[in-house]
Design a protein around this ligand. Structure first.
Ligand code: WQD
Length: 342
């Protein structure tokens, strides 16, 4: 089988490419490299001992996508391409709506044109907004995302649901990621944010490696056990394996199906900091600062549907997450930038 991954040079895409290669699939990556590195794909090839076809193009170039789908005999598409910086989406909403929605529309048009109708989409738990009940199940109402990035994911879910409802030849998985973190255990691929990281885990590892002085903990007065925000951190390799399982299940059963990809465990910011010190021996200098606008107190997945229907569960815990995130950061203090091919 041949799988095309859009955004396959990015963080989630590259780990998913590796899992697919290791499971014996032929992988085609299409990526415009705006927030990704060619080097990530090279390293996935090295880790897997398998060639990947790399197409440097924008997914909005529908003709290039359609010709790649036919030329390589693609059976299914995993769609990870998109912009994902929450703060930037508030400053540049047009860019976010245009990029994320156009990309998906163009991709689906190309797929429809050549008759490839199996699609796995990278959605986000952000579609739940601030959930009334935790852990949050897939049946919870989709909420009111606090930023254009979240809205673009929710709108795309709606579009894909309608596309499948109109034509039952489509098989679509909507995967609602909780907080993807960590790196492949080799330390060869990982998350490589450009500039100051917005997300907790890369900030913590950059403090540990000396690139940043102090972690700002956004809010110490939430209604949580220690007052700091609680999230469901999922190891990116568990997440990647979830894509493979979801692809199998929709290819077999069809429909448009939604799955949470999370662990079911909530972890506070201070618990992450403590785990980091325990596992790596490196204390993280931090100070509590005011809350970040748009943040919710707590979020955590109900993972039961994915466990039952995908025969999948997150197997790696917080210690593995921290160990692997740190190995990646330590071995690549400047991310992929230090490599020859940049
Ligand atoms: C986690 C916790 C912060 C940074 C966002 C998007 C989501 C997904 C993942 C995807 C919160 C606290 C953070 C820092 C801190 N995006 N924090 N200091 O906000 O749950 O989710 O990223 O592609 O859609 O909304 O993740 O890692 O930013 O924050 O105290 O420097 O860490 O307040 O409690 P978040 P995060």
């Amino acid at each position: 089988m041949t799988i095309l991954i859009t955004g396959g040079a990015g963080y989630v895409g590259s780990h998913t490419a590796l899992v697919l290669c290791q499971a014996g699939y032929d992988v085609i990556v299409i990526d415009n490299l705006v927030n990704a590195s060619r080097e990530a794909v090279v390293r996935v090839e090295q880790l897997a001992g398998r060639r990947i076809v790399f197409v440097e193009a924008d997914v909005r170039d529908s003709d290039t996508v359609a010709s790649a789908l036919t030329r390589y005999g693609v059976d299914a598409v995993i769609h990870c391409a998109g912009l994902k910086a929450v703060g930037e989406s508030t400053e540049r909403p047009l860019l976010y709506y245009q990029t994320n929605i156009d990309t998906t529309l163009s991709l689906c048009s190309a797929m429809e044109r050549v008759g490839v109708k199996t699609l796995v989409f990278s959605s986000s738990a952000t579609v739940y907004g601030d959930p009334d009940e935790l852990p949050v199940t897939e049946n919870a109402p989709v909420g009111w995302p606090s930023n254009p990035y979240g809205w673009s994911k929710l709108m795309i879910e709606r579009i894909l649901t309608d596309v499948q409802a109109a034509d039952s030849d489509w098989s679509i998985a909507l995967l609602r990621y909780f907080n993807p973190v960590g790196a492949h255990e080799s330390g060869r691929i990982g998350e490589d944010p450009k500039g100051i990281p917005n997300n907790l885990m890369p900030f913590v590892t950059q403090v540990a490696v000396g690139r940043r002085a102090t972690l700002s903990v956004f809010g110490g007065d939430y209604a949580t056990a220690d007052g700091t925000g609680v999230r469901d951190y999922i190891h990116v390799m568990d997440l990647a394996e979830g894509h493979l399982r979801a692809m199998h299940v929709i290819a077999e059963r069809g429909g448009c199906r939604v799955w949470n990809l999370g662990t079911g465990r909530g972890t506070s910011v201070l618990e992450v900091v403590e785990a980091f010190k325990r596992v790596t021996g490196r204390p993280i200098d931090y100070r509590i600062v005011p809350r970040r606008a748009g943040d919710i107190a707590a979020c955590c997945a109900a993972p039961e549907r994915a466990q039952a229907e995908l025969d999948w569960r997150a197997r790696r815990g917080l210690d593995a997450i921290v160990r692997d995130a740190w190995r990646w950061q330590r071995q690549n203090p400047e991310g992929y930038m230090g490599s020859d091919r940049e």
